[in-house]
Design a protein around this ligand. Structure first.
Ligand code: FES
Length: 103
């Protein structure tokens, strides 16, 4: 898979999360202290968008529905009731543009 231009960096600069769609796939971009990461946007526990969640200490995203957590960098399920990991997607930022390589 090749890199896809998904958003200008300025779209996430002042945000914690940014929902995007790539080839019909719903993905969440995260801004962790200026570094961009990407996972699937749908929580693996239920029907909730992680882009509506809150970033917690240690680089965790907290699901808005039942407050389960995932590690944003690895997609690992970290807090109950979440047990299934998220798919992560590769990101690079070049020339002020965010590129994603779908997993
Ligand atoms: Fe995300 Fe339940 S839907 S923790």
């Amino acid at each position: 898979m090749s890199w896809i231009n998904v958003a200008p960096y300025t779209d996430i600069e002042g945000e914690e999360t940014l929902p995007i769609e790539v080839d019909g796939q719903k993905i969440c971009l995260y801004n962790l202290d200026g570094e961009v990461f990407a996972t699937d946007n749908q929580c693996t526990h239920g029907d909730a968008a992680l882009s509506d969640g809150l970033i917690q200490e240690g680089g965790l995203i907290e699901c808005p529905l039942h407050e389960g957590t995932f590690d944003i960098r690895t997609g690992k399920a970290k807090g109950a009731p979440c047990t299934q990991d998220l798919h992560c997607h590769e990101i690079k930022v070049e020339g002020g543009v965010i590129y994603l390589r779908p997993a």
